[in-house]
Design a protein around this ligand. Structure first.
Ligand code: ACO
Length: 451
């Protein structure tokens, strides 16, 4: 954040508010040992601009210095005003509001409004937002036909990614990305239709008839309806499970520049429509090192099988035989605040569903890991995915549908990130540089002359 200094002009007596960095510029002085030249590089918001390094050359023909940062370990790719994380302290805020307060006092759709629009809605804004999302939950009948083409054992994330990409063909108006009204319409469509697609994927798998959305129900209540309604005339979601799912959705709404958000921004930067960009983000989320970890946690707990096998499993992890899934995070070097809230939510869910026996293994695994030098030294703590799968399983979700639940919730974050990128004048098509270390120029060798 830029601070102002009050400057008085002695000639006129007038006072001016001037950003501190203009009056007292902060610089990083770089001395190039190859040439002995000195370069002052301006520091703004704790960063230097990578393009400012390009002036550092050994000769006029030199391309100039670049920074090398595989996996963006220390590179900010944007300025953002959506989500704040302090990974060392375990702090997460959406638009300034602590995640703990939002999880306790808000609803998913209200949080989605906040994440996408920047402010908490007024009553009428929230009603309008809910109404518009609810009235965009239906899918075109051809989407149903499209989904019927998937094998019954198709992974739900594959179905979700493909179907969301297919929405692009149903809504060609979504290409009007510079039109704010069109962007809002696509936000309603994406947030509205994600649960419907997810539920259709689930029912397709089981060979059950699709259930149409019920507009009388809440966002999560309707999702449970589309998943679990059988022959009853009207589905009544269990209020505890409906709220628990809503809280889980709040916790997953955004998480700044993670792999899938970065994918959404990257695809969006080519000015592709938001449906194909979201399909790319879903694909990124699918991976086991990102949203796919919750699925892997359950598989891991199932393989461990019982509490007494935990020490042996930890030994294997430390010997490099595999990772403790649901542990560790690029940003959090402390307990993930979302994991804390999920642990509390688990108790409420288990009162309704009965205790998931895997919880005991998970608690023992966490206890032992948090006391172990290997995990302490590397600052590895449970992340959001560690306990979420245990709750989802108790609620009746199949293991490979867990990441789909994550994707539904994260849709609001992806939209917010995409929109912020589009409106940021500093952004252009995302295109990293490379350090080429391959062969130098060489002549083509005819096949008969190759060794
Ligand atoms: N189990 C065991 N060791 C681990 C784990 C783990 N879960 N995570 C990291 N480490 C170790 C690494 O082996 C490495 O050790 P070393 O220094 O001896 O080589 C060290 O900790 C640092 O790990 P990196 O892989 O360099 O950390 P990075 O920031 O690249 O990875 C990640 C973060 C991918 C989340 C990693 O911790 C991991 O694979 N965790 C398990 C998968 C998971 O739970 N992912 C979900 C993340 S939350 C989300 O995306 C929603």
């Amino acid at each position: 954040m830029s601070e102002n200094l009050t400057v008085t002009d002695s000639r006129t007596g007038k006072q001016y508010q001037i950003p501190k960095e203009i009056v007292l510029p902060e610089n990083l002085t770089v001395i190039d040992s190859r040439t002995g030249k000195e370069y002052p590089i301006p520091i703004t918001n704790g960063t230097i601009k990578a393009v400012d390094l390009r002036q550092i050359k050994v000769s006029p023909e030199d391309f100039g210095l670049m920074s090398y940062d595989p996996a963006f370990m220390n590179t900010a790719s944007c300025e953002s005003r959506i989500t704040f994380i302090d990974g060392d302290k375990g702090i997460l805020r959406y638009r300034g509001f602590p995640i703990e307060q939002l999880a306790e006092k808000s609803s998913y759709l209200e949080v989605a409004y906040l994440v996408v629009n920047g402010e908490l809605p007024t009553k009428s804004q929230l009603e309008e937002w809910k109404h518009n999302i609810t009235h965009h939950t239906m899918l075109h009948e051809n989407i149903k036909k499209f989904m019927e083409g998937f094998h019954s054992d198709a992974h739900p994330m594959g179905m979700l990614a493909s179907t969301v990409a297919a929405l692009s063909t149903f809504y060609p108006d979504s290409r009007n990305i510079q039109d704010p009204e069109s962007r809002t319409l696509q936000a309603y469509r994406l947030i509205g239709k994600m649960p419907t697609i997810a539920a259709y994927a689930y029912r397709h798998r089981l060979g059950l008839p699709y259930v149409y959305p019920d507009n009388d129900l809440s966002y999560t209540g309707n999702f449970l309806n589309m998943l679990f309604k059988m022959t009853e005339l009207k589905y009544k979601p269990n209020p505890v499970l409906e709220r628990a799912l809503d809280v889980l959705f709040i916790l997953h709404a955004d998480h700044e520049q993670n792999c899938s958000a970065n994918t959404m921004r990257c695809i969006g930067s080519s000015q592709a429509d938001p449906f194909v960009a979201a399909a790319g983000a879903i694909a990124a989320l699918y991976g086991p090192l990102h949203g796919g970890a919750n699925e892997q946690v359950l598989r891991m707990l199932g393989e461990i099988g019982s509490k007494d096998k935990v020490p042996e499993f930890i030994k294997g992890v430390k010997a490099g035989e595999g990772r403790l899934m649901g542990f560790g995070h690029r940003i959090y070097k402390n307990y993930d605040p979302r994991a804390k809230i999920i642990k509390e939510t688990a108790d409420q869910v288990f009162e309704v569903t009965g205790r998931n026996p895997l919880l005991d293994i998970a608690l023992e695994l966490e206890r032992i890991a948090l006391e172990d030098e290997y995990f302490i030294k590397r600052k590895l703590y449970p992340n959001v995915d560690y306990y979420s799968g245990i709750i989802y399983q108790a609620m009746g979700f199949p293991t490979d549908a867990f990441t789909v639940l994550f994707a539904i919730a994260r849709t609001s974050g992806w939209i917010a990130q995409w929109q912020e990128m589009l409106l940021d004048p500093a952004q252009k098509i995302a295109r990293p540089r490379q350090v080429y270390l391959g062969a130098d120029k060489r002549d083509f060798v005819p096949i008969e002359k190759r060794g």
